[in-house]
Design a protein around this ligand. Structure first.
Ligand SMILES: Cc1ncc(C[n+]2csc(CCOP(=O)(O)OP(=O)(O)O)c2C)c(N)n1
Length: 274
């Protein structure tokens, strides 16, 4: 287990390097929320989810919904690392004609299951897919990553109510609780605390973790899969911009990319010299 965790940590470090390089090249996109979510996305693709990069539309795959679609760079670098498309494509992020647009596009990008970007909708889509699998008697699981600012959208709570009502135990929501949104502190813009209690009230199984502790992430994902009779919400305490002190805990880096001066220091923080 120790080796597995160390391997995932190293993968996540490499994925952070790829996020920084990709966003530096594009000069457009979301740095903070990609870096806060990447440990969870890495654990999902390299530890938990059933999927096949050689056959992206394999019916037996688990589904992934990046409900906070602006963190697309975190998804793209992970898909590239898995082999869904060449890593060189990352340098075309947000270019006209590229298959890697600013928000996930299921029609354009191999491995992307749903279009997201308009916040608040992903949990409903994930819930629909989870219910569909149940109706078909299939054991596929569905994972959705949400932002804590995103929880201010009313549709999230309709989805939470429905998933609890239908006991969708093949559904797992991971909340990237970094405490910041585009305009500052989530608690000041529109307080969503206490997130765990809210999901519990809708009948969910709730697990609270440090969203950068790989051991805690994989243990929570395994517990979620084992839990029957209710969907699971993993409330992950994270740091926006995690891994690069220049960007950490700064709402100003929500939608700002590393510039030429910041790039060398950002890569140094991530243990990358090239
Ligand atoms: C419906 C909708 N309204 C507004 C936006 C613009 N927007 C993009 S990211 C963001 C803040 C999201 O905050 P949070 O969910 O906490 O994301 P994170 O901090 O994890 O990046 C907003 C308002 C959007 N994408 N969709």
């Amino acid at each position: 287990m120790k080796e597995k965790i160390a391997d995932l940590e190293e993968k996540a470090r490499r994925l952070r390097v790829a996020i920084v390089k990709t966003l530096h090249k594009s000069q457009s996109g979301h740095t903070g929320g990609s870096l806060s979510a990447i440990d969870m996305v890495c654990a999902l693709y390299f530890h938990k989810m059933r999927h096949n990069p050689q056959d992206p539309s394999w019916e037996g795959r688990d589904r992934f919904v990046l409900s906070k679609g602006h963190a697309a760079p975190a998804l793209y670098v992970t898909l590239a690392e898995c082999g869904y498309f060449p890593a060189e494509d990352l340098m075309m992020l947000r270019r006209l004609g590229s298959h890697l647009q600013g928000h996930p596009d299921s029609k354009g990008t191999p491995g992307v299951d749903v279009c997201t970007g308009s916040l608040g909708q992903g949990l409903s889509m994930a819930n629909g897919m989870a219910l569909g699998f149940k109706l078909d008697g299939k054991d596929n699981r569905v994972y959705a990553v949400l932002g804590d600012g995103e929880l201010q959208e009313g549709q999230i709570w309709e989805a939470a109510m429905a998933a609890g009502h239908y006991k969708s135990d093949n559904l797992c929501a991971l909340i990237d609780s970094n405490g910041l949104q585009i305009d500052g502190d989530v608690s000041k813009v529109m307080n969503v605390a206490s997130i765990g209690d809210k999901f519990k009230a809708f009948g969910w199984n709730v697990i609270e973790i440090d969203g950068h502790d790989m051991g805690q992430i994989i243990s929570a994902l395994d517990k979620a899969e084992a839990h029957k009779g209710a969907p699971t919400a993993i409330i992950a305490k994270t740091v926006k911009g995690k891994g690069v002190h220049l960007f950490e805990n700064k709402a100003s880096y929500h939608g700002v990319t590393p510039n030429d001066e910041e790039l060398p220091e950002a890569l140094r923080c991530l243990g990358c010299c090239d």
